[in-house]
Design a protein around this ligand. Structure first.
Ligand code: AHM
Ligand code: MG
Length: 324
């Protein structure tokens, strides 16, 4: 089994990008260790703080954020970082080449019940000609990502990574190394599995209600097959399942706050997961158009997400085109 860095170098990945990914994995290994200790380390529970999205921060949200921030900003390749847990970007070396956005601990409502969580990251390059440190540097469409991935902290810790040349998975060994365990991941085109938080049904658009209604009708309905449903409430775990055996995962627009299209964040959830899914031959959409083409206006911008097996995602998009 090949080491992460050896694999990347063997595939002629830009050496500075390899160094940055290795730096990211230093932080993720530390987060994995903290998670493993769980209640023994007194890291469960919430703090008195809320983040910029108004969500109560878990202790581990803050610990993970601090680890990533400190490790990344220590690397001179990093110009700046933006995180779900920081109101504004934080800047490092003014000559750094890369920008990193991350959700330090996605699915953190699962921490206290000991269910899978993950770190999601997206790597962009500093646009040419831009001098001043500002949030504008980060506001690039997802198509410009040079790498993206997540580390799933489950029964084992697994890195799913793309540098634009397909998707590979690396498992964290007891030696502290990430070893290649799945090469050139491909999502099956069709599926019989969907993931959505059904409790939000009354807030969805009519198109989404029709689509899910037809899935639930099974072999008696227009889709003419029986579907199974999963909901882990951890996007990393859901996307990992989709990459592993196909499926569709969606967190759609809902009517509770028309200003906020969906729950998930574009820059550190929607974009990196969309790059992984597209690189694995799947599709990722707002239900109307590709997430990777969305022009970001705000670092914490939200986006409706539907991703996974290409035929299923295209069917969902058809419902959105055709439902008045
Ligand atoms: P978080 O970044 O605050 O953890 O929120 C994102 C998570 C996703 O991992 C998951 O898909 C979704 O929120 C679950 O939402 P819900 O609470 O509606 O089940
Ligand atoms: Mg989070």
């Amino acid at each position: 089994m090949q080491l992460l860095s050896a694999y990347l170098k063997h595939h002629n990945t830009d050496t500075e990008l390899v160094e940055l990914i290795e730096t990211l994995m230093v932080a993720c290994k530390e987060i994995a260790l903290q998670l493993r200790e769980g209640a023994l380390a007194g890291i469960h529970g919430t703090t008195d703080n809320t983040n910029v999205q108004g969500e109560t921060q878990k202790k581990l949200d803050i610990i993970s954020n601090d680890i990533l921030k400190e490790v990344l900003l220590d690397n001179p390749l990093v110009r700046g970082v933006a995180s779900e847990e920081e109101d504004d970007p934080v800047f490092g070396n003014p000559n750094g080449r890369f920008l990193v956005t991350f959700d330090p601990l996605d699915g953190s409502s699962n921490i206290d019940i000991n269910v899978s969580v993950g770190t999601i990251f997206s790597i962009l390059e500093v646009p040419e000609g831009d001098a001043a440190d500002s949030v504008e540097l980060f506001l690039q469409p997802g198509r410009r990502q040079v790498a993206a991935g997540y580390v799933l902290y489950g029964p084992s810790a697994v890195l799913s990574l793309t540098t634009g040349e397909g998707v590979n998975m690396f498992t964290l060994a007891h030696t502290g190394d990430f070893l290649l365990t799945r090469e050139d991941v491909k999502i099956p085109n069709s599926t019989k599995e969907f993931a959505i938080n059904m409790s939000n049904h009354r807030f969805w658009e009519p198109a989404m209600r029709n689509y899910v209604g037809d899935l639930l009708s099974g072999s008696e309905g227009p889709r003419e097959k029986n579907y199974n449903m999963r909901w882990i409430a951890s996007m990393v775990a859901e996307v990992h399942r989709v990459l592993t055996r196909g499926g569709i995962f969606t967190y759609p627009w809902d009517s509770r706050d028309p200003q906020k299209p969906g729950k998930l964040r574009l820059m550190y959830e929607g974009n990196p997961m969309s790059m992984l899914v597209e690189q694995a031959g799947g599709r990722s959409t707002t239900c109307y158009s590709d997430i990777l083409d969305v022009d970001p206006q705000h670092i914490h911008q939200r986006v409706a997400v539907a991703l996974g097996s290409s035929e299923e995602v295209e069917t969902l998009m058809r419902y959105h085109r055709e439902t008045p």
